[in-house]
Design a protein around this ligand. Structure first.
Ligand code: ADP
Ligand code: MG
Length: 576
């Protein structure tokens, strides 16, 4: 029996509904107003009263109007045909409508129901399967796409029927599974899953340890991300968050890219829609959009839809990870998501935590980051979700709650700095404050020792120490003047400038410099280390400056030349 209810109170998007039966926390309900069905989510229950957050405008809604509880939580539909799409936070297809916004009460089906997919069975009749088992395979934008047993299955099932190779729609039955009691379930190529619950159809979730190459030197060399790792990019407006995110999306060794554009200004979301379809995929030479899904909400959409969008993105990521794929999930910006949480909690008149964010902000952020990761599936294959979020702290204040709580859980920290951006030292990632905790993982160090070089981690740490010393000396020179410190100090300072200009700074708009392979990063690191370890004797600081400026110039020209080309080799000879 479906629970029904009556609207008793309305405060903006928060509606109090008196229910005539049982209601679940986070259950979806619909409010019937005029000819419109407004979708809402239960966020608090008190006796017979359910407090529901409506996903769209409650304009014109009246006390006394009817509500229907659906009996299920907010779900996404998972199946082939999601790649290349632009969805909103409720998985409405934004391309199916005029403009970027749906009319009120309008919802679209997220997949193509007519399209026939070429299905190939992987399981056989008689096989024992469980949640997430691969039953078959199709192709989505030239990528293999596994058809999996429903994630909601409990225990083992026997395959009693499996469809032969052929063309099927997402609603056609492709398998019949039978449980021990003899109950059959029909399986098709799509399934539903509640977004707030993690898909855990895997055997184990070890700590991530494989390098995820991004081609960005300040990341790969200095603060590496792992396959299934987490990181975040805080930075004030104009410091290069978007440029860095695009570079990572384009270049990272990922099979699937999911962009959650949550609640940044409307024009920025429109920008993503305008830019992404044109981005070239440096891995395939085709369009990046072919393996990308965009989940977009702007700040003028109701907060509840904005809040849901990151979960929708994560759940879609988990679906592709269960196929044994490497997923890269980028969220821009998680601050807007946290603001949505704050607005909702304030309307509920909950006891607020720091800066009026909900008391459990820390747990919410850590649960979310916890869903990323590297997994070993039941069939032994591996998959991953690497999650990188931007944070836009008001006034660049890194002590605010969202930044602080994110810092506790994200393993990489890429702090974009106003001062570096002003000096055009791009990417403006602060070389001293930024870090990657993976550098400390023994399993990662071992992986890197084999993949790149046995002493790689040590050398990276040496360069970091040199950057730190260079910064300290720069401060002294600032106070005491060029002649106030020994010439040796200038040498130390200029060695750190060499590291900065040659390894850290990278031109995202130069075809060659933008993407640096790990082999090339290793080569340049060795070259820079060699110069740094050389003992120089100079008489004046002017001589020091002159010597290093020349070398920096040559090394920069190397960065702009094809690796190993004649031109590259000419510079190579000049520098040593
Ligand atoms: P944000 O998203 O933080 O507001 P953007 O990513 O839009 O900032 O960057 C602002 C500008 O900074 C860019 O338009 C570009 O001119 C410059 N910029 C940022 N990163 C780089 C880079 N790696 N190389 C060259 N220019 C950059
Ligand atoms: Mg931006």
């Amino acid at each position: 029996m479906m629970t029904k209810g009556t609207v008793k109170g309305i405060v903006s998007n928060l509606v109090t509904v008196e229910a005539d039966g049982p209601v679940l926390q986070n259950e979806i309900c619909h409010i019937l107003t005029g000819n419109t069905r407004l979708m809402a989510e239960v966020i608090k229950i008190n006796g017979n009263n359910a407090y529901v957050q409506v996903y769209e405008s409650t304009r014109g809604l009246k006390v006394g109007e009817a509500a229907e509880f659906s009996g299920h939580m907010l779900e996404v539909t998972l199946g082939p045909g999601m790649l290349s799409r632009n969805y909103d936070g409720l998985q409405n297809d934004l391309d199916k409508m005029e403009g970027t916004f749906l009319r009120r009460g309008e919802y679209t089906f997220p997949l193509d129901e007519q399209k026939k997919w070429n299905f190939r069975p992987l399981a056989h009749a008689g096989d024992t399967v469980k949640a997430g088992s691969w039953l078959g395979e199709t192709e989505e934008n030239a990528q293999p796409h596994k058809i999996m047993a429903p994630f909601a299955l409990d225990g083992s099932y026997t395959v009693t029927h499996i469809a032969g190779a052929g063309e099927y729609t997402v609603r056609d039955t492709i398998a019949v599974l039978t449980d021990a009691a003899g109950n059959d379930i029909n399986v098709c190529m799509m399934q539903q899953w509640p977004v707030r619950r993690a898909i855990t159809a895997y055997r184990e979730k070890p700590r991530p340890f494989r390098l995820l190459e991004t081609g960005v030197r300040i990341i790969d060399t200095f603060n590496p991300v792992t396959e299934g790792g987490t990181g975040f990019i805080p930075g004030p407006f104009g410091t290069g968050k978007t440029v860095l995110q695009h570079a990572i999306s384009k270049q990272a060794e990922a099979d699937i890219v999911i962009i959650a554009a949550c609640g940044e200004r409307a024009n920025e979301v429109v920008e993503i829609f305008a830019e992404f379809p044109h981005l070239e995929d440096s891995r395939t030479g085709r369009k990046l959009m072919e393996r990308t899904i965009i989940i977009a909400n702007t700040s003028n959409m109701p907060v509840a839809a904005r809040e849901a969008s990151v979960y929708t993105a994560m759940t879609i990521g988990e679906y592709y990870r269960s196929m044994g794929l490497k997923v890269l999930l980028m969220a821009d910006s998680t601050s807007r998501w946290a603001q949505a949480l704050r607005e909702m909690s304030n309307r509920l008149e909950e006891l607020p935590g720091p800066d009026a964010f909900p008391m459990d902000l820390s747990a919410i952020i850590s649960n979310f980051y916890g869903r990323a990761g590297y997994v070993v599936l039941d069939n032994g294959c591996t998959g991953s979700i690497t999650f990188i979020g931007t944070v836009s702290p008001a006034g660049g204040n890194l002590k605010e709650p969202v930044t602080e709580n994110t810092k506790k859980v994200a393993r990489c920290f890429f702090a974009l700095e106003q001062d570096r951006a002003d000096k055009k030292r791009y990417p403006a990632v602060n070389p001293i404050d930024s870090y990657s905790k993976y550098l400390e993982y023994p399993e990662f160090q071992e992986y890197i020792a084999q993949r790149i070089a046995p002493d790689w981690t040590e050398k990276v740490n040496e360069l970091k120490t040199r950057m730190q010393r260079g910064k300290e000396i720069a401060e002294q020179i600032n106070i005491l003047g060029d002649d106030g410190v020994p010439v040796d100090y200038h040498i130390t300072f200029w060695k750190s400038e060499l590291i900065d200009f040659v390894l850290l700074q990278q031109d995202a708009f130069d075809k060659t410099d933008a993407v640096t392979s790990i082999e090339r990063q290793q080569y340049m690191l060795e070259l820079v280390i060699r110069i740094c370890r050389t003992e120089f004797t100079f008489n004046t600081f002017a001589e020091v400056m002159d010597h290093f400026k020349k070398r920096i110039n040559i090394c920069k020209q190397m960065n702009y030349s094809e690796f190993g080309s004649e031109r590259f080799k000419t510079f190579e000879k000049e520098v040593v």
